[in-house]
Design a protein around this ligand. Structure first.
Ligand code: ZN
Length: 347
């Protein structure tokens, strides 16, 4: 489809910019059976030929588990490697070492699924290793706008991260509005901005040959949804779009690799949360009472944590439904260096 639209070949290692949105492909009736790898934290597994997944440590319930940043995926093309998510600088170094055990090829691109520190602050490490940083237009803007202040804040903290103190912020080199494709005939990655989900700049990495979807924090496997920059109504639509892709394995931003049905679980969380909070608002209940009354037992079965323990999420959804949040300004700011609300692609 891209070939026809652009009238050029993409067999070489060129980056192709396209203005098409995700294709609606017919879906198989039964979800494909998929064998999921059993993994311990920091393990690396080749989940498809030339596609590696590194499982980062995280727990929503056990405080003794150190936070290892985002999961990472790398794809070995004919002549180079593409890394999905930059992670923090320290972890980026760990991932780079892990990559070297799987291939001698250089890392040519790193893709930030969004602008948050655990997904984008390692850019500096990848750039020093010779890589170009890719990200959606809003990811690039949000990193440029928020990155310097947040980076400085971390540097100024007494107990701040050592890797931030010793490094500098690196921004996105090449950005795209809706879609960017890397294809060398052996591997293909489609980077797609499906809309405002976890942040206004979220984009996924879709590997159609392997039916693998790398979601960043637009989909996580566990109770790891931070909603500070989120649009829950749009997030549901983004999951619906993702579910239309021909996928058998989901590599989430945090938590274990999963089958496609993880996308539906993530969507159901926001659907149910919005419904229950709206019901509470209609019943004239206060936020605290709504939070305490949340049922959603299936959520605890999935994540090990009750939905009512996610007070920040409930408050965000409550504020959204009360009309207190202008999604076009989340993460953006007015004034010099800021952006106009129209710069945000949201729905
Ligand atoms: Zn995030």
């Amino acid at each position: 489809m891209l070939k026809k639209i652009l009238g050029c070949t993409i067999a070489t290692a060129a980056i192709v910019f396209a203005v098409v949105v995700a294709e609606d492909k017919p879906q198989p009736k039964e979800p494909e059976k998929v064998e999921l790898p059993a993994m311990k934290f920091d393990d690396v597994k080749e989940i498809a030929p030339g596609v590696f997944f590194r499982y980062s440590s995280i727990s929503a319930t056990d405080k003794t588990v150190p936070f290892g940043g985002s999961n990472n995926i790398w794809v070995v093309f004919k002549e180079y490697v593409v890394v999905i998510d930059a992670n923090f600088p320290k972890e980026a170094g760990d991932v780079l070492e892990a990559i070297k055990k799987t291939t001698k090829l250089p890392v040519k691109y790193v893709f930030d699924t969004h602008h948050h520190g655990d997904h984008a602050w390692g850019n500096t490490v990848w750039a020093k290793a010779g890589a170009k940083v890719l990200g959606s237009t809003n990811c690039a803007r949000l990193l440029k706008l928020n990155g310097p202040d947040e980076w400085k804040k971390e540097q100024d903290k007494k107990d701040g991260r050592k890797d931030i103190k010793e490094n500098e912020l690196k921004l996105v080199d090449e950005s795209f509005d809706e879609k960017l494709v890397l294809d060398d005939g052996t591997q293909r990655i489609e980077f797609i901005h499906l809309g405002h989900a976890h942040t206004p700049g979220d984009a996924v990495a879709y590997l159609p040959k392997h039916k693998i979807l790398c979601t960043g924090d637009a989909c996580v496997n566990g109770s790891f949804n931070f909603m500070g920059h989120a649009n829950s109504a749009s997030w549901i639509k983004v999951m619906e779009k993702a579910e239309k892709l021909d996928v058998k394995m989901v590599c989430p931003g945090h938590g274990k690799v999963a089958a496609k049905d993880l996308l539906a679980l993530q969507r159901r969380y926001f659907t149910d949360l919005r419904n229950e909070v709206q019901k509470g608002i209609d019943d004239k209940k206060k936020l605290d009472a709504i939070t305490a009354g949340l049922e959603m037992n299936w959520y605890k079965e999935w994540t090990g944590k009750a939905a009512k323990e996610n007070a920040d999420n409930v408050k965000h959804v409550y504020d959204e439904l009360m009309g207190k949040i202008d999604h076009s300004k989340l993460g953006f700011r007015d004034g010099p260096g800021g952006l106009t609300p129209t710069a945000v692609k949201s729905e």
